[in-house]
Design a protein around this ligand. Structure first.
Ligand code: TRP
Length: 334
């Protein structure tokens, strides 16, 4: 895919670490879908990153296919955009190796996500976990991305990507485009329905705390009805009312209404009415996505053909970058 002059190249990857949640959808995926209409987009399943945490082979395979099907279900058109799996393009690992040699141990040691993960998985602090951000830098730099939509937790990884790219360009000339972070319009951070001090997470042991994108409608309704609120019983935006604030954010994202409009809509009405409306709005958003996902997941031939086509298009770009890098560094190319 040649990059069209006036279009920006947007790139983002997602880890296949389980069924994504409403938080992933409202915070990231939905924006991707919006961006895909106006930009040259490259979206990938970060399956190479996934093996920094041990999992059964069949499990990794299933999760990767499911996440890929979810990207297609979102409406990221594989004809117009590149939608692929990272492990299908060997240049990711090749460039990551080169970039390893242009990254200082000290700067990689400052990555807060590594420190957190190392503390949480003390039994498997592998070197891949340490060099994870460098593989991510390779993902981004291979494709000359202009913009990378990422959540707060990936901000530091994008910064190290820029540092590595600038350092490399400083030595070898203009090889890499320096990517900018893309910050969504509404910083929709969706919180746990049960402990609204925490982010909504698919790995929460309490399944009532999150809405999975594959939850059936009646489960979505039940989870929203049992969301933690407070005893004030008024739909009002306030820093202290985290539970209600979270439901307001969800409702705002799904309906496009502002907080003021929501407050006016529910003035003098209790949480029961409000939760019913939130549930209805979430179902309206998620239900069509879930049916599309289930339909695509059954169509293995379509998944395979799309993944293959995506990898071919990605590889054509990646190969060009990698060739340039190898030449610049001084590998004999014959
Ligand atoms: N590390 C990212 C995450 O966990 C996933 C990722 C891998 C990524 N490579 C990327 C995101 C490149 C943006 C660009 O969310």
């Amino acid at each position: 895919m040649e990059q069209t002059e006036n279009k920006k190249r947007v790139l983002s990857f997602v880890q296949a670490s389980g069924t994504p949640t409403l938080g992933n959808y409202l915070g990231a995926f939905r924006n991707w879908r919006g961006m895909a209409a106006e930009n040259d987009c490259i979206f990938g399943v970060a399956d190479l990153h996934a093996i920094t945490v041990r999992s059964a082979p069949a499990d990794l395979r299933r999760r990767s296919v499911e996440m890929y099907a979810m990207l297609l279900a979102l409406g990221l058109d594989p004809e117009k955009n590149i939608v692929f799996l990272q492990s299908h393009v060997p240049e990711h690992a090749s460039l990551a190796w080169v970039l390893n040699c242009y990254t200082q141990f000290g700067e990689a040691s400052r990555m807060t996500q590594f420190k957190d993960k190392a503390a949480r998985h003390a039994d498997n602090v592998n070197v891949g976990l340490f060099t994870y951000p460098i593989l991510m830098a390779a993902d981004i730099l291979l494709y000359n991305a202009d913009m990378v939509p990422v959540g707060d937790d990936q901000r530091q990884h994008l910064e190290i990507t820029r540092d590595i790219a600038e350092r490399f360009n400083g030595i070898y000339g203009d090889v890499f485009r320096i990517p900018a972070p893309y910050i969504g319009k509404k910083g929709a951070k969706i919180l746990s329905l049960q402990e609204p001090e925490k982010k909504m997470s698919k790995s929460d042991p309490n399944v009532k705390a999150f809405i999975s994108l594959t939850d059936p409608d009646d489960v979505i309704v039940k989870k929203i009805k049992s969301a933690v609120t407070d005893s004030e019983a008024s739909v009002r935006w306030s820093e202290e009312k985290k539970g209600v604030g979270n439901l307001m954010t969800i409702y705002a994202c799904c309906t496009g209404k502002s907080f003021e409009e929501i407050e006016a809509e529910f003035a003098g009405r209790g949480y029961g009415d409000f939760k019913a409306a939130v549930a209805e709005a979430v179902v309206a958003e998620i239900s069509p996505l879930r049916s599309e996902y289930e339909r695509i997941l059954k169509d293995r031939a379509y998944i395979e053909a799309s993944a293959r086509a995506g990898a071919e298009k990605a590889e054509a770009i990646a190969r060009r970058t990698m060739r340039k890098v190898m030449k610049k560094v001084g590998f004999y190319q014959g």
